[in-house]
Design a protein around this ligand. Sequence first.
Ligand code: BG6
Length: 489
Amino acid sequence: MTKQSQAFPEGFLWGGATAANQMEGGFGEGEKGLNIADVLPGGKKRLSILAEPGFNFEIDKETYTYPNHEGIDFYHRYKEDIALFAEMGFKVFRMSIAWTRIFPKGDEKEPNEAGLAFYDRVFDELHKHGIEPVVTISHYEMPVNLVKEYGGWRSREVVTFFERYVHAIFNRYKGKVKYWMTFNEINSGLMMPIMGLGFSIEKEEDKFTPTFQAFHHQFVASSLAVKACREIMPEAQIGCMIIFAPVYAFDSNPENQLHALQEERLFNYYCADVQVRGEYSPFVKRYFEQNGIELDIKEGDLELLKEHTVDYIGFSYYMSRTEKKHKSAEDNVHGNILSGVKNPFLEASDWGWEIDPIGLRVSLNKLYERYEVPLFIVENGLGAYDEIEADGSIQDDYRIDYLKKHVEAMRAAVNEDGVDLMGYTSWGCIDLVSASTGEMSKRYGYIYVDKHDDGSGTLERRRKKSFYWYQKVIETNGAELSLSTPVES
Ligand code: BG6
């Protein structure tokens, strides 16, 4: 194979990905309101605290720390950070808009000018460096007021508030943002309803109907966003965003094969089927019947879903899952918000996420075969502990190795399998607060940020070895994946 054929198609969108709540800081500044991430405590128990019935969405500084309040202070340091992204050669930068900067409580009639102006400054700075923003409209950042007063996405009224938010940002940024995504990892609401859907499941409550009703509202909201995007900025592209983790059967036992298929159908495809194909799949309709789920679908909803489908599928890929029908508690391994049984062929990260580059090629093939729309890997990466060497350098060869193998897998999917892939934005291109654990020590970045789990640190930025590696990858459009140049400290 020639060097040329090993590269990615011209115009491939290389970059990095982040979310407002995990990096901005600027807590309460510019009249920002409180969002779900602001009430998430730091530490490994974060998700279990959240899942406790009756979680009250209040800040309790006596008991917990709140690392998202400061993030990595992108709110004040965005110019420095964007200059570093430009130095790596980023073509795009994935970020999200904090809904609560634009509508602090979510239900106001008019947007907050200070919030709108902040993102104007960020987009202008990106363009100054030739970087296109890729914007997630909602990344686990629902206003707490909507959670408390309306029950999150359970309420149909929230669709109206979301539509207002979308119109405000589309009208303001129409000349500045070409790539949009509606809800981050929308299918995560199946596992983690608080972050995705804005409510907790009370013990005695039937979880099925409220969960799928909330999803229905998000699907309607997503289609309304697609519709608005076409009307307000027809040149822009808008996608959905899902977690994709291919499910392998533990062995060739047909029972396990069937089980893996069933697991995959609900988690991996349920949302994309609606957002890409424009309708609930026959499998999901049957699932609703079997579980007594009756949705309140308003007149015109189904037509809206059918008519306003997304342009592309954005997805996060961190790991695959392996499943068998009959498993004991000891068989279980956890990673991300997903669990499964241990795959004997795979190693795991320090946080137990199984590392599977070939699984990315499998995912790209599965998604493209099913939907035949362009794909965009908008998250992928290795959360790892980094050490600063005596000479000040950070030799993160483990991260380079992980990323290299994943880029090789996607290159094969594109060049050998014919998958239409728009781009790649690896997760946490600059270290930021972990979503699932609230830790800083779980680092993904090419850029190190001097901030620690106890909140200490100068916030100074430092280039890791992987910074230079990625710079070379982008410069050669993915043809060169090994690092041959010397690394400065
Ligand atoms: C995805 C989220 O699930 O994974 C990000 O969209 C998150 O917000 C990323 O940060 C990595 O997960 P974590 O828990 O290691 O931060």
